[in-house]
Design a protein around this ligand. Structure first.
Ligand code: NAD
Length: 488
């Protein structure tokens, strides 16, 4: 077991991390961060705003222009591997801290989030010294080639649903490419980002390479997006904020990558393995209390098996262990905040008003903590709000369909294009559906896995650009064309 010395207590103050030091905000302000399971404060966090973002960007710029650019690519890779070692050495502490701040069950963080963080670090550590240009023989009188150069200072803005994992999806490739980073975690979950910043220093990253500035979206987030010396914004969050970011980034024409929301269809045909399909459909919407951008929140079911699937889904929903996220046996913890809980319960009321049948769940559990149990709506129609709008909670909408064409029409009939699932024993049908589905990722006979080697992202209201794999390397570098006259 690792020491859990750094878990903050309610009295502790968590300062910003700028240029290798923990510093209070210029304003001197702090805001509380709560444990969603108990509604009790965990710590007071320094509230960064425009002045602190400016200091962090200056630090990131000076690191970029200085020591960081002087390192060999292989040395950047070694530092990422060393950060992976530090994360491993502090695994228990990070699991506990992430759970306290977000309400996620420790079992899920240990099984999914931390392994993904380590995989991301080691994967991009391997990339650092393999970012090559090309010699392109365009002319006989010149040596013509390309080099890939780091973009510069990256602003990373992340949500609260997978703070460690999504944070690392941005930090690791940016650092591998030789960029420096100012990370603004979500105001609801700032603690693990600060800890990762400290571990990066422990691993040997120079001061200023990774700065962490917690604060609110309207102040710290906007300041980062509009800062004239930031070269790129990589954002994961809601479509509303994605649009604001696009406008805010226009000033100096920053590059922008947007990973936004989803309302993904998980389609179950009559010939599917129903046991496997329903099991995956349940975890596809109830995992992380449904607070997942690619949650399979619309379960499209052939009309002849609709009632059977609903019944099996209800049984699975009722067997989910909802409770204290720190208990190893808990499968589902609270929602992240009171605001999020109200939003989910409001959508349950909307679904009932719209005439969908509430088959199970839909209520708050207990009166302390933001717990809402697994919820299933049956007989949902395409134009209902619970079928069209992202709820970001454990609410499944089951929609019946007539045939394959109808399933495709329903699946593609939202504003989002992030992910989709297809369940069928017919390989031809699977390939037809893969072609027709408007989604950045299509799963067949499974639902939900991601891997840092595979591109991840969406289109339309789900954003644009891809993270992961070599796509992320392109996100954080720019090609330079070199033309050297060698004469004839
Ligand atoms: P959000 O958009 O409200 O906040 C995300 C981050 O943006 C936070 O750090 C917040 O402080 C910051 N922010 C808010 N307003 C800002 C502004 N005007 N300028 C700059 N930054 C600002 O989203 P959320 O509620 O934290 O997260 C839930 C959303 O994220 C959902 O819509 C979900 O689908 C999406 N999400 C998408 C993915 C993906 O990979 N596509 C992954 C996880 C979450």
């Amino acid at each position: 077991m690792n020491a859990i010395a750094s878990i903050p207590s309610a009295r502790s103050r968590q300062d910003l991390l700028i240029h290798g030091a923990r510093v209070p905000a210029v304003s001197g302000r702090y805001f509380p961060t709560l444990d969603p399971a108990t509604e009790q404060p965990i710590a007071e966090v320094a509230e960064g705003d425009a002045a602190d973002i400016d200091a962090a960007v200056k630090s990131a710029r000076s690191a970029f222009d200085g020591e960081w650019s002087g390192l060999r690519a292989a040395e950047r890779g070694e530092l990422l591997l060393r950060l992976a070692q530090c994360v491993r050495a502090h695994l228990d502490e990070l699991v506990e801290l992430e759970s306290l701040d977000s309400g996620k069950p420790v079992s899920a963080i240990r099984r999914q989030d931390l392994p993904a963080v380590l995989d991301t670090l080691t994967y991009y550590a391997g990339w650092a010294d393999k970012i090559n240009g090309q010699v392109i023989p365009a002319r006989t009188d010149a040596l013509t080639y390309t080099a890939r150069e780091p973009l510069g200072v990256v602003g990373a803005i992340i949500p609260w649903n997978f703070p460690l994992m999504i944070g690392m999806w941005k930090i690791a490739p940016a650092l591998a490419c030789g960029c420096t980073v100012v990370l603004k975690p979500a105001e609801l979950t700032p603690l693990t980002a600060l800890r990762i910043g400290e571990l990066a220093l422990e691993a040997g990253f120079p001061a200023g390479v990774l700065n962490v500035v917690p604060g609110f979206g309207k102040t710290a987030g906007t300041a980062l997006v509009q800062h004239p010396d930031v070269d790129k914004i990589t954002f994961t969050g809601s479509p509303v904020v994605g649009r604001q970011i696009l406008q805010g980034a226009a000033g100096n024409l920053k590059r922008v990558t947007l990973e936004l929301g989803g309302k993904s269809a998980n389609i179950i045909f009559e010939d599917a393995d129903l046991e496997a399909a329903v099991k995956a459909a349940a975890s596809g919407i109830f995992f992380n209390s449904g607070q997942v951008c690619s949650a399979g929140s619309r379960i499209l079911v052939h009309q002849r098996i609709h009632d059977e699937v609903v019944q099996r889904l209800v049984e699975r929903a009722r067997s989910v262990r909802l409770g204290n996220p720190r208990d190893a046996g808990t499968a589902m913890g609270p929602l992240v905040s009171g605001v999020q809980m109200k939003r989910v319960l409001d959508y349950v009321a909307v679904g009932r008003q719209e005439g969908a049948r509430l088959a199970t769940g839909g209520t708050r559990s207990g009166d302390v903590g933001y717990f809402v149990g697994p919820t299933v709506f049956a007989g949902v129609q395409q134009d209902m709000r619970i079928s069209q709008e992202e709820i970001f909670g454990p609410v499944a909408a089951v929609l019946p369909f007539k045939d394959e064409a109808d399933a495709m029409r329903l699946a593609n009939g939202t504003r989002y294009s992030l992910a989709a699932g297809v369940w069928s024993a017919d390989v031809g049908r699977i390939h037809r559906c893969v072609r027709r589905l408007k989604a950045g990722t299509v799963w067949a006979n499974t639902y939900g896995p991601t891997d840092v080697r595979l591109p991840w992202g969406g289109a339309r209201d789900s954003g644009f650009g891809r993270e992961h794999g070599d796509a992320a390397i392109e996100n954080f570098t720019e090609p330079k064309t070199v033309w050297i006259n060698i004469g004839r």
